[in-house]
Ligand binder design. Structure first.
Ligand code: ATP
Ligand code: MG
Length: 437
């Protein structure tokens, strides 16, 4: 892609409510455009990043055997009346009537709908366990939408649901999801801490939030640094290994301010390992047993032909929130650097362009074509402006690698720079091998 052709409406004027870096940056680089309070259009640059995140989430769900499906955004009120949540959910739920006057709603979450899908088709323990997920827009009429895509009304979420016969089996499903979440956040280049959490309106007795570190986060965090030393690759996808994994993570001290007590922190964590910081919730998992299956009469025959309410858990990741959260975690000194796995482009070529020097630009085009043939997703900055403005712009867009063609280029060697590091003079072959790491 040539930068001049890319739909990337860079702006300098920011609305006053854009208080945090990710919100400012996403507006400035034209990743999103607000349509009304808490509702955004995703423009090409932002959409590309979100789709890359979605794909990593999907791959890690599939890798634990979860199956993808798609439920609608609009739901009927009836199933919510069955579960008892229609009245409880309150004003966050957007309620709508169709032309026949039927009460509908825009789904804020899908426990009821998936239970309805499940009860109509699965009747026997022989079909269990099941793990189903979808990635779909949700709507919550948040009282105070803020921080751009981090707390908005319409947002994109991966939500998964597990179905098991016993509590014991259900916890195995829970551990699989716990594992897949940690792997997902690792691949996104994020340090995530699982923390025991309250279950809130979803209910149940076992729940963890996954929180990534960022100074602008909404939650204050007190944790033992050793939590980042646990190597995920030591665990295997089997029940015993994953049980051990959850134990290893949860025995390390990590709490949000609601549960923080100074005595506990000092007792459990050595001074030099104490970490006090802020974080953003990017995922939340729950085990709530028969909270929905019981009132909704979702029954399964066990080995003896006895009917049991199926045991369920639900597992959410905020896919659209992760775009903002990744920026918060990686933005430093006016430079944004995307993790390689989700960067909107792999590399940008920045030739120094002037009226009497076409050579740099032509070299840039050659390199561009060469890299494209290797399936490297490359952006060529063909805009006619001075290098210092170009660098400022690319510090904001955040593509992690740059090939600079200008006064320092030497024959077939070009400046190759990783954002936030020094550049080096390399041949195209060397550059290619670096980009493929
Ligand atoms: P929060 O405490 O932040 O309101 P929640 O507990 O209501 O989150 P869940 O219902 O567990 O969230 O939803 C799963 C995930 O969806 C959250 O971890 C978060 O990443 C994302 N999410 C929830 N609400 C919003 C929102 N208003 N805007 C963007 N993402 C959201
Ligand atoms: Mg909420």
């Amino acid at each position: 892609m040539y930068l001049s052709k890319l739909f990337i409406p860079i702006t300098k004027d920011l609305p006053a409510e854009a208080k945090i870096k990710s919100h400012q940056l996403m507006l400035r680089t034209g990743m999103i455009k607000q349509s009304s309070a808490g509702i955004y259009s995703w423009l090409p640059l932002g959409f590309k990043v979100m789709k890359k995140i979605e794909q990593i989430v999907r791959e890690e769900q599939n890798s634990i055997g979860a199956q993808e499906m798609l439920m609608p955004t609009i739901q009927s009120s009836e199933i919510w009346k069955e579960s008892g949540r229609y009245d409880d959910y309150g004003e966050e739920m957007l309620r709508i009537k169709d032309r026949q006057g039927r009460e509908m709603l825009y789904g804020p979450t899908n426990e009821e709908l998936i239970t309805d899908v499940f009860r109509s088709s699965i009747k026997s323990y022989k079909s269990l366990p099941q793990l189903l997920y979808h990635i779909q827009w949700k709507f919550r009429d948040e009282i105070r939408p803020r921080f751009g895509v981090m707390r908005c009304k319409e947002f994109y979420m991966k939500d998964a649901y597990s179905f098991d016969l016993s509590d014991e089996d259900a916890k195995k499903s829970y551990n699989k999801m716990f594992y897949s979440y940690l792997k997902t956040f690792n691949r996104l280049g994020l340090k995530a801490i699982p923390m025991a959490a309250d279950t809130g309106p979803i209910g149940g007795d076992l729940s963890h939030e996954f929180i990534i570190l960022a100074e602008t986060g909404e939650s204050k965090i007190y944790a033992d640094k050793n939590i980042f030393e646990i190597d995920l690759t030591q665990y295997k996808l089997n029940d015993a290994s994953l049980k051990k994994m959850r134990g290893d993570f949860t025995k390390i001290y990590a709490v949000t301010d609601e549960k923080y007590k100074k005595e506990d922190f000092d007792k459990n964590v050595k001074k030099e390992n104490q970490m006090t910081t802020k974080g953003i919730e990017v995922g939340h998992i729950f085990y709530f047993s028969d909270k929905y299956s019981k009132p909704m009469n979702c029954l399964i025959d066990d080995q003896n032909g006895k009917k049991n309410s199926v045991k369920m858990g639900s597992y959410g990741i905020g896919v659209s929130r992760l775009v903002g959260a990744t920026i918060e975690a990686n933005y430093n000194n006016n430079v944004m650097k995307w993790p390689k796995s989700i960067s909107p482009f792999d590399v940008v070529i920045i030739p120094s362009i002037s009226k009497n020097n076409k050579e740099n630009f032509e070299k840039g085009v050659q390199i561009y074509q060469n890299l494209k043939k290797q399936n490297i997703d490359v952006l060529l900055d063909d805009v006619d402006e001075n290098m210092s403005n170009k660098f400022k712009k690319h510090d904001l867009i955040g593509i992690p690698y740059q090939i600079i063609i200008g006064s320092k280029s030497d024959g077939d060697k070009f400046e190759f720079k990783e954002l936030n590091s020094k550049s080096e003079l390399l041949s195209l072959e060397k550059i290619k091998s670096k980009l493929k790491i």
